[in-house]
Design a protein around this ligand. Structure first.
Ligand code: VGL
Ligand code: ZN
Length: 217
């Protein structure tokens, strides 16, 4: 499979995660300029023949990851649920809300994969949720003959990290473009980049440094 076509996974570039839309979980430096840069890069890759897939965090209002659904808890605290550690976030990406919208041109996507739909399970990974139920991303990539993926988006230390590592586990060749990612916090972002590399992900600063068959400046 590693010899298949190239695909791109644009992870969770949604209003609630960006400063340009004033999102409740806006990650640092996710301004208009960032979104435009992601959109430009994605368009370029699409024109270069890459399959483009978006992931979309898509939670019900009573989702387990929202601090407000746990009495006495505050945002960014962690609790143990069902033997798993769950970070508690401000409510975000509620199904059908404006903030859940993907903020790059959706016409660029061959498919959008939604995740985190079950109220009791989070899903940082675009491939499967915390109970191991698949989202359909792997099937879509296989159907399209994709064996190598370029991954970027939000957040480096959560959904990009989980998606890239699962990409390796599922047998893909995975390249993460660091400059097109934004993280929640510097220390966890740095740790995530190192962990991804340890797991076999190729981390590059810009697309032009990526080992891909395309002239992109
Ligand atoms: C994400 C926190 C909560 C992400 C999603 O897209 O990285 N982070 N839900
Ligand atoms: Zn979420």
């Amino acid at each position: 499979m590693e010899e298949g076509r190239w695909g791109v996974i644009v992870v969770d570039v949604q209003g609630d995660f960006t400063t340009c839309k004033g999102g409740p979980l806006a990650v640092p430096d996710s301004d208009e300029e960032y979104v435009v840069e992601v959109e430009k890069a994605t368009r370029r890759l699409k024109e270069g023949g890459f399959v483009i897939i978006g992931t979309q965090d898509w939670h019900p209002a009573d989702h387990v990851s929202f601090f407000s659904n746990h009495q006495g808890m505050k945002p960014y605290e962690t609790i143990s649920i069902g033997g798993r550690m769950q970070t508690l976030w401000p409510p975000h990406c509620i199904q059908g809300s404006p903030g859940a919208d993907i903020v790059v041109d959706k016409a660029l996507f061959d498919a959008v994969i939604r995740k985190g739909l079950h109220k009791d399970f989070d899903s940082y990974s675009g491939f499967e949720d915390d109970r191991g139920v698949k989202t359909g991303l792997d099937e879509v990539l296989r159907e399209l003959g994709v064996g190598r993926i370029l991954v970027f988006g939000i957040a480096t230390d959560y959904c990009v990290r989980a998606t890239a590592i699962h990409g390796i586990d599922y047998g893909y060749r995975v390249v993460v473009v660091e400059g097109l990612c934004r993280g929640v916090a510097p220390d966890t972002t740095e740790a995530a980049l190192r962990e991804m590399e340890e797991r076999g992900v190729v981390v590059v600063r810009e697309i032009k440094n990526a080992p891909i068959p395309l002239e992109v400046s």
